[in-house]
Design a protein around this ligand. Structure first.
Ligand code: PLP
Length: 404
């Protein structure tokens, strides 16, 4: 007997029509297009992604191996294992001092997450929802807007201004962007991609606006130690009071060459613990213990490696900044922190096309500024977190291309 089973239309279902528009309509990261275009090219020097070229140092990796050898392969405390939360508290006290503003750095302020990105996701989920707005100084790392959109809310961009020597945040512009729907202000300092480092005065101004309008601040200070002045960057920890509504995003990724480990933390008022633990439980259910052991080693023993990273990045920064400035065609504010040079090229306003051409014609992979939102369109972002020799070669190639 023949039974006829109805089959879907020949073209198959329209899968994208079947899912939630809020997820479907989130734009892809603009860095990925150039990355996919140039991926696997022989001899290409990749400066497009925000990571260094060094593998994680052995003293960190060994802590993970020892953990696995001990059989630490079970579910972990969803807040993070106590030794790591204690190590974070020790590290924060060492770097930021006894902060009366934050009530001191007790371990119960820290929640271990799957990289800084997961901390950002949790912070966005807790503070904004559909119909609400988050202010983002722009150009900005695209994941801020992405996390806000995934939470159902709307990113509102406030332009940063590029001065001769540094990028600036104009408090009046920031406050003018506040509406009755604004709930969150994202402050990334030092910033990806601009290298903007907020002064203490700019942080106070942002905090004052947040207080006046009862906004949460999401403080992404992950590049706070990658500075070339010898001191850490100013932090909201320096200016806040205990009851300020501030959530801090942090990560092990950049300081200790651990981008692939996916481990970071969220710093929040301890009273939010039940909510954060719930979100962790219902998203990732925690971070692998061996990665947490590695993070503990990085925080407790990682200062010499970090100092070396900074020295290397500083040398690379000088090479690329001096080399590109010498072409006479490249404009930028020399970054005092982060490992990004954010520059415009005279006569090249379309940096998406420019980035694709540089893959083919210069053998250098850079990120188009259009990936970083409003105000970024005429810029390129170059990550100089690589061996100074390689940065010198990339600079030679770019300079030769610009002079051709
Ligand atoms: C400003 C900023 N915050 C957070 C992150 C997240 O880092 P990760 O998720 O690797 O810890 C990045 C990574 O590029 C970043 O640039």
């Amino acid at each position: 007997m023949n039974v006829s089973i109805p089959t879907p239309a020949a073209a198959g279902p329209d899968w994208l029509a079947e899912i939630q528009p809020a997820m479907r309509d989130v734009p892809a990261s603009g860095i990925v297009e150039v990355f996919n275009y140039g991926r696997g090219r022989q001899g290409l020097i990749p400066l497009w992604v925000g990571e260094g070229d060094r593998p994680t140092p052995p003293f960190i990796a060994d802590a993970a191996k020892a953990s696995l050898d001990r059989g630490e392969t079970f579910y972990a405390d969803q807040r993070g294992i106590p030794p790591l939360r204690e190590a974070i508290a020790r590290y924060m006290t060492r770097v930021y001092g006894e902060q009366p503003g934050s009530g001191g750095f007790a371990p119960d302020r820290f929640f271990v997450t799957v990289g800084g990105m997961h901390a950002l996701e949790i912070a966005a989920k807790m503070t904004v929802a559909a119909g609400e707005e988050a202010l983002i100084p722009s150009p900005a790392w695209p994941n801020f807007a992405g996390a806000v959109r995934l939470a159902g809310a709307t990113p509102v961009f406030v332009p940063l201004e590029r001065g001769e020597t540094r990028w600036r945040l104009d408090p009046q512009r920031l406050e003018a962007a506040v509406t009755p729907a604004t709930r969150l202000l994202i402050v990334n300092s030092p910033a990806n991609p601009t290298g903007f480092v907020a002064t203490r005065e700019e942080l106070v101004a942002a905090l004052t606006i947040a207080r006046r309008h009862n906004l949460w601040i999401l403080a992404d200070e992950i590049y706070g130690r990658l500075t070339f002045s010898g001191a850490r960057a100013p932090s909201f920890h320096d200016v806040m009071a205990p009851d300020d509504k501030i959530l801090f995003v942090q990560t092990l990724s950049k300081n200790w060459a651990m981008t692939g480990w996916r481990i970071g933390w969220l710093e929040a008022p301890p009273a939010l613990s039940p909510v954060i633990e719930n979100i962790v439980q219902f998203t990732t259910s925690g971070v692998p213990v061996f990665a947490q052991r590695a993070a503990t080693a990085a925080l407790d023993e990682g200062e010499p490696f970090l100092a070396d990273q900074v020295a290397r990045m500083r040398a690379a920064r000088d090479i690329v900044a001096d080399g590109l400035a010498a072409t006479g065609r490249v404009r930028f504010a020399r970054p005092d922190a982060t490992f990004y040079l954010f520059c415009s090229v005279d006569g090249e306003p379309d940096t998406r096309t420019l980035a694709l051409r540089l893959v083919d014609e210069a053998g250098v992979g850079v990120a188009p500024g259009s990936a970083f939102g409003p105000g970024g369109e005429s810029y390129l972002r170059l990550c100089f977190g690589r061996a100074p020799d390689e940065i010198a070669e990339a600079t030679r190639r770019l300079a030769a291309w610009l002079k051709r």
